[in-house]
Design a protein around this ligand. Sequence first.
Ligand SMILES: Cc1cc2nc3c(=O)[nH]c(=O)nc-3n(C[C@H](O)[C@H](O)[C@H](O)COP(=O)(O)O)c2cc1C
Ligand SMILES: O=C(O)C(=O)c1ccccc1
Length: 343
Amino acid sequence: MTPSREPERRARDVLDPVHFDALAGGAGSERTLTGNEDAFVRRRLRPRVLRGPGTPDLSTHLPGARLAAPVVVAPTAFHRLAHRAGEVATGEGVAAAHGLLTVSMMATTAVEDIAETGAALWFQLYVQPDRAFTADVVARAEAAGCRAIVLTVDSPVRGRHVRDERHRFTDLPAGLVCENMRGRDGRLRDLVVDPDLGWDAVAWLRGTTSLPVLVKGVLHPADARLAVEHGVDGVVVSNHGGRQLDGALATLDALPAVVDAVAGRVPVLLDGGVRSGVDALVALALGADAVMVGRPVLWGLALSGADGVRAVLDDLADALAHAMALAGAHRPADLTPDLVVVP
Ligand SMILES: Cc1cc2nc3c(=O)[nH]c(=O)nc-3n(C[C@H](O)[C@H](O)[C@H](O)COP(=O)(O)O)c2cc1C
Ligand SMILES: O=C(O)C(=O)c1ccccc1
């Protein structure tokens, strides 16, 4: 049983092959990319029975957001490579699903224009060596109504995306730019991934904004502990969808130790390889408070724009509720690690 490759295959049929690979690909041998999905496939459920009446209630509280289901759209760059309407269509789909969209700093649409869709938003940030510019970007996100900053911490250098190297894909097509990289002067900045970044960047960010701050890209429990000690409001267990350190362990395999280290002090989210309601259930049972989904949303966007995004999110929430009912769980809190086994 492998996850359905159908949405990805259909997206491949409609997208320019170079752009498809820019979205689908991972770093190096792509063993971490595939490993994320494989980790879910290895798990089996041990459901409870005769747990009484009641349809599942999936409502979940996260920093700045009350959600009907514990599913968040992960920050992904370049939505206009997937669909001409780009992040505006994504926002419309997320709004229709009453979901939560994490806007990428490398979005091909300005955060202000995405906010117009009415979708609940978080904003993903790469702290730049130019701290004044970084503070301006954060202020823009805050003014646009974003409810939290998601600080990506797994990218001291860029991952080596082999498919992009093969295609010599280095620049966005003419007409597409990263609109959130404009400074006050209107000039576009190049992204700098900063190998000098340390935990003081979290303290700096907390001094710059009153918004909640989550760190995204934690795999080691010692880093999870440090994150909580530095006052973050949430931790996202992520290996960047296998696009940074090739060979990094699957996020699902990293999750339990991080959950132990955080010990309930802040919410823990997980992304990477979540493709079904059952996958979401497994992550919640192993201690995640919510999951993030990246590529499936891009495939929905590529195939049907806003309607496709809405369908991906609605189907995932419905499938999670259905799987919970079959497993004898009424609320996410009923999902405990004993429900999951590796046979
Ligand atoms: C095309 C693409 C672009 C991405 N861009 C970003 C980004 O700008 N910032 C970031 O923090 N993560 C980025 N990510 C990583 C995602 O946030 C997320 O960690 C990953 O996609 C989750 O795995 P999944 O695609 O298997 O669901 C990107 C991922 C993809 C596939
Ligand atoms: O491709 C990515 O995963 C990503 O995070 C990114 C980083 C810089 C520019 C574009 C995308």
